[in-house]
Design a protein. Structure first.
Length: 402
């Protein structure tokens, strides 16, 4: 398409590839400062808002949605979680974030974050094109990059920008624009996955429950008062077709069982998915006039609930840097982006890896491995230093008083 004629040409300071939470939050932050953007995505709005994803927001991320004027719906429909429960050895252990740090996290599905941001872009007159195809990003090593795409009606369009941001997710096209000899990719594949369900059932616990047992890991979460989100460790090649509802509930009940008689409240399973585990970082996060943000630059296992929060932090930093670059500081300001973003990225990678190895049973684990894990878990919950470490990591190293 690069040489094909186009029907329209638009010029804006920043073009954004990807209309998920990262891309839309960046456009929102820039728009508040008077910087025009155009956002494009190959997915339809309906596709994005019906894809179930992460559901935990750090305190700072939740506050940013409200204070920057996206929406205050999280305060009405979200659920503030003041801690989490670690279950191991058949007993519950509560980690009280409020008591330890004065901080909390919010249970608020990523689909709702997206809906709030998409509605805010509509309200504010932001330009977002969903359902496009054949997107191309050209001339990123110059000071006049271009984006070309075909609209759903078949018309061809070009965006001329000063900067382009690749926020196009874990299958990013933009990350591949950094040449092989100019990039480094770090990654780790894990030998297990999560079997995730949505179930129509009452809540089993008021806050998230992370369960470690000889049978494997389980996570008990929620979506609403009547729909619950739960996961259990499985093999990465597991098929959802092999898991009828009764087998799912037997597995989950075995993994949370304990001396306190705790049992999950069961109901019809509405959705089943298998979620593979991968850690990934690409450096650099900026190449010429293009910057990468969110899953386009890095992914983490879901154990530590960092993925969405990292994406929102990326664009918060990037908005600040782009405003400087478009102002008097010039392009040199972009040099700030990668070190500021990567510091949190690698801290989050470490925490996600730590939580994953702490709670999951790796294939081939020995009785020694199981007992060692129990010792590490006991170290975490039995000392204030251990509980505080987990709380600081999980709440996202809050940067403002609470």
């Amino acid at each position: 398409m690069a040489d094909a004629a186009v029907d329209t040409v638009a010029s804006v300071p920043v073009a954004v590839i990807g209309a998920g939470p990262a891309g839309l939050m960046l456009a929102h932050l820039l728009g508040r400062a008077g910087v025009e953007t155009i956002v494009v995505d190959t997915r339809t709005r309906r596709e994005i808002e019906t894809t179930q994803r992460a559901g935990i927001l750090e305190a700072d991320a939740a506050r940013d949605l409200v204070e920057t004027g996206v929406s205050d719906r999280i305060l009405r429909d979200g659920c503030e979680h003041k801690g989490v429960e670690l279950r191991f050895g058949g007993r519950p252990h509560h980690i009280d974030f409020k008591e330890l740090l004065g901080a909390s996290v919010w249970l608020y599905p990523q689909t709702d974050v997206f809906i709030d941001l998409a509605d805010a872009r509509d309200r504010d007159g932001g330009v977002v094109h969903f359902g496009v195809k054949d997107t191309e990003v050209l001339d990123v090593t110059t000071d006049a990059p271009r984006v070309r795409y075909i609209a759903p009606d078949g018309s061809r369009h070009e965006i001329r920008a000063r900067y382009v941001v690749g926020a196009d997710g874990s299958r990013s096209m933009c990350r591949d624009l950094v040449p092989e000899d100019g990039r480094v990719r770090y990654g780790k594949e894990y030998p297990f996955a999560w079997f995730g369900i949505l179930a129509e059932a009452p809540m089993s616990a008021p806050e998230l429950v992370y369960a470690h047992s000889e049978h494997g890991f389980a996570l008990i979460s929620r979506r609403t008062e009547t729909v619950q989100r739960m996961y259990f460790q499985c093999g990465p090649e597991e098929s959802v077709d092999a898991w009828p509802d009764n087998r799912i509930w037997e597995t989950l009940q075995a993994r949370v069982a304990g001396q306190d008689g705790f049992r999950l409240k069961e109901g019809p399973v509405l959705e089943k998915t298998v979620l593979r585990f991968r850690s990934f970082v690409q450096e650099p996060m900026r190449w010429g006039s293009m910057a990468l943000a969110g899953d386009a630059a890095h992914t983490v296992p879901p154990t530590g609930a960092r993925g969405l929060n990292l994406a929102l932090h990326d664009v918060k930093v990037l908005a600040d840097v782009l405003l400087k670059a478009l102002g008097s500081a010039g392009e040199a300001a972009l040099d700030e982006y990668q070190p500021r973003a990567l510091q949190r990225v690698w801290r989050a990678q470490n925490f996600s890896y730590w939580m994953t190895q702490l709670l999951h049973t790796a294939p081939g684990s020995t009785p020694f491995d199981l007992r060692r894990q129990l010792g590490e878990l006991d170290n975490v919950v039995s000392t204030r230093a251990g509980r505080t470490y987990l709380a600081e990591q999980y709440t996202g190293w809050p940067t403002r008083p609470h």
